[in-house]
Write a protein that binds this ligand. Sequence first.
Ligand code: GAP
Length: 512
Amino acid sequence: MTAPASNDALMEDIVGLCKRRGFIFASSEIYGGYNGFYDYGPLGVELRNNIKQAWWRDMVHRRDDIEGLDSTIIMHPKIWKASGHIDSFSDPLVDCKDSKRRYRADQLFFAPVIIDGETLGYVAFVEGTDMPTILKRAKKIRDWADKTQSKIDEDALANDRKEVTEASEEQRAQMLAPEAGKVGSLTAPREFKLMFETKVGPLANDSAVAYLRPETAQGIFANYKNIVDTGRVKIPFGIAQIGKAFRNEITPRNFIFRSREFEQMEIEYFIAPDADWKALHREWLDTCINWLVSIGLPRKSITEDVHATEKLAFYSQATTDLMFQFPHGEQELWGVACRSDYDLKQHQKHSGKSMEIFDEASKSKFVPHVIEPSLGVDRTLLAVLTAAYTEDEVPNDKGKVEKRILLKFSPRVAPYKAAIFPLLKNKPELVEVAEKLYKKLQRRWNVFYDASGAIGRRYRRQDEIGTPFGITIDFDTIEKDGTVTLRDRDTCEQRRVTEAELIEFLEEQIDG
Ligand code: GAP
């Protein structure tokens, strides 16, 4: 098996395949696209729905302690005041006056250009920039200083890196921004509000200002009381929600990894103030890791990033991000935060409504604390695509070894669960049996029927879109014992199974 040469190449391959096979398109493509927005095509919407359904099934249906919710995208603006988003949901922004580009200052880094122990200036670069590109930019500074023949301290360039948020004014004055033609073009960082504003109602004045939610979590806190009052919940319990969120990201980047419209799958898990939150936090991290593995992510590509205590918000007890090895580097996939009773207390204060719950077990009343596992649907989908994308070599119909692209999706999330093929399309007796089986399986699962072309080519088309199983109806099926061949996408191995065995196998693989 061969992996693509570089991670950039892998991202290009994934983006290309997504477009070619109808998974993901740039939004408004006929008008040149719209930065930070993506549309999901026929296969993409299936993959996306399957990820959401798998999460809902495991987190809500298969647990007795979690209830579901679907709250609105636009909510009373007071919610965002109480949560702190109106005052502080922003990112540091810097402008480059030369290239007219904008950057998130906490995702823009700089390193010194040192020659013979003297700092000649600084190069700024975005995360993920490779060393040859950084060195090329550093050489510009060296050449402008008329030191063309001198050697740049590459160790300092590679290791003395800081965020641009930490640069002094003097350092910025000597800094070469990523696409600038001269130094000193970066402005000082300023806070950029991330919430999208809109107006609600016929009046276009300030009192009509509302926001598109930047997270689904606040809809949960705002409905916590409704669910406590109407449900049969008892501490500890969770509320889960899947839904759209919007952030006016300064630099949407890396395909669907960071976009301006995305979807979240969030849980607020309410616990007693004196509960062992550390143990529960660990339990949630393990639950989340196991779930990611269940949808096909390799355990070894998931790591934990424990946030340093001094970087936590004042109300937060702990946050650990589950990181995934994306094509553009190891990045946050799932945040699991212990947020104390901050959000409920804020809503209690701003709404004047009590957020206390009576706990039968301890016969006491309290505002619960919360553990919040928060996951992006789109980011999960990119992780699933990254883990699934494979190139290998297999023999074709004539025995000649050919390169093959395949998506090794777990059957749980694969857009099509199986493809049904009559061996030959001009043999009505094969076609009849194949169509009958297709219609039968279609009642339960999303399956595909393909009668055209050589069987090897039909397999290959399904491999590329990640269909885990191929089912072929051949002459043995109609003339002998009714068995069909069942082909495994990853190994290409085939075995004969009866219809009953086939259905039992698919049930276990897809729904198990
Ligand atoms: N309620 C907590 C919260 O929203 P967050 O870390 O800002 O926390 C949670 O977001 C998750 O949502 C992230 O781990 C990521 O998976 C996803 N996410 C956040 N911003 C995103 C964006 N711009 N595009 C795609 N996914 C995003």
